[in-house]
Design a protein around this ligand. Structure first.
Ligand SMILES: Nc1ncnc2c1ncn2[C@@H]1O[C@H](COP(=O)(O)OP(=O)(O)OP(=O)(O)O)[C@@H](O)[C@H]1O
Ligand SMILES: [Mg+2]
Length: 252
C-alpha cells in the first residue's frame, strides 16, 4: 500500500491532558480522507502536530518518505504538505490568475511582487500561466480569472486558496472545516471541485468537517477520533455505523 502520510504513536498533552494519545494513522496516496469526531476530540491538534504548528511530545510523522516530525510549518509546506490557513492569504487587489502566479515557487514573492504589479502577468512564463489556468479550470474559477480576489464569495475564496496551494506544489492539502460559514449549496460545490482536484491531479486531501451530511458523499475514507484517540477508520458508511463512533457523539 502506498501511503503519503503516516503518524506513529503521536502524543500531545496540554496541561497534563492528552489531546493526542498515541495516534497512529496512515493516509493512502491519492485518497480523499475525512477526519471526524466530537468537539475537543483532538482533530485540529492532530493536524497542528502533523503540520508543525505544535510539537509532538512522542511519536513520529512521515510525509512522502520524509520524517517531518517537529519540522517548522514553513519547511513542511515547502515539502508539499499544505494546510489551508498556512497558505498565504490571497492578495485582495490582485486578480484570481495573478494570485496563482505569485504562489508558484520561484516566482516573485509577496514583497517583490508589488514592484512588478504594473507589468502584470505578461512577465510570467507562458508555462506558468498555462499551469495556473488548468488549475483554475478544475476549480471552476477560470471564468473569474481577471476578477480581483476581494470580489469572491467565501466558497470561491476557499477554492482560490486551494489553487494557490496547488500552484506552490502541494501534494497533500489539509483543510480544517472548509465548509464553515458557507451555505449548504455552495459547500456542496466546494466539495465537488475539491473532489475533481483529487481525481484529476491525484492530490491527497485530509478534511475536517462537522457537517457530515455535506462532506461524507465526497470522501473515500473516514478516520474517527474520540478523546485523543483514533477509534475507527475505514469506508465512510462502515465508520458512521460503528457503535463506538455513534456513542462518542452521544457523549459516551
Ligand atoms: N492550545 C491549546 N491549549 C490548551 N488546550 C488545548 C489547546 N488546543 C487544544 N486544546 C485541548 O485539546 C483537546 C483537543 O482539542 P482540538 O481543538 O484538537 O479538538 P477538535 O477535535 O479540533 O475540536 P472541535 O471539533 O471543537 O474543533 C481539547 O480538550 C482542547 O481543549
Ligand atoms: Mg477543531
Amino acid at each position: 500500500m502506498n501511503y503519503i502520510l503516516t503518524s506513529t504513536n503521536v502524543t500531545k498533552k496540554f496541561g497534563g491532558v492528552a489531546a493526542l494519545d498515541d495516534v497512529s494513522l496512515s493516509i493512502r496516496r491519492g485518497s480523499m480522507a475525512l477526519l471526524i469526531g466530537p468537539n475537543g476530540s483532538g482533530k485540529s491538534t492532530l493536524v497542528n502536530v502533523i503540520t508543525g504548528v505544535y510539537k509532538a511530545e512522542r511519536g513520529r510523522v512521515f510525509f512522502d518518505g520524509v520524517d517531518i516530525t517537529n519540522l517548522t510549518p514553513h519547511t513542511i509546506y515547502d515539502l508539499g504538505l499544505a494546510r489551508t490557513w498556512q497558505i498565504p492569504q490571497p492578495f485582495m487587489t490582485l486578480t484570481v490568475l495573478e494570485n496563482l502566479l505569485v504562489a508558484e515557487k520561484g516566482n516573485p514573492g509577496e514583497g517583490v511582487f508589488s514592484s512588478l504589479l504594473r507589468r502584470r502577468w505578461e512577465k510570467f512564463e507562458e508555462e506558468s500561466v498555462e499551469r495556473a489556468y488548468k488549475i483554475l479550470k478544475i476549480l471552476k474559477l477560470d471564468h473569474l480569472w481577471d476578477r480581483q480576489a476581494y470580489g469572491l464569495s467565501g466558497g470561491q475564496m476557499k477554492l482560490l486558496e486551494t489553487g494557490r496551494a496547488l500552484m506552490s506544489g502541494a501534494k497533500m492539502i489539509m483543510m480544517d472545516e472548509p465548509a464553515a460559514g458557507i451555505n449548504p449549496v455552495l459547500a456542496h460545490e466546494v466539495f465537488t471541485h475539491l473532489r475533481e482536484v483529487n481525481r484529476k491531479l491525484g492530490i491527497t486531501f485530509l478534511l475536517i468537517e462537522h457537517r457530515l451530511d455535506i462532506a461524507v458523499p465526497y470522501v473515500d475514507h473516514v478516520y474517527a477520533m474520540h478523546q485523543g484517540k483514533i477509534i475507527a477508520e475505514g469506508h465512510p458508511t462502515e465508520v458512521l455505523n460503528n457503535v463506538l463512533v455513534i456513542e462518542s457523539y452521544l457523549g459516551g
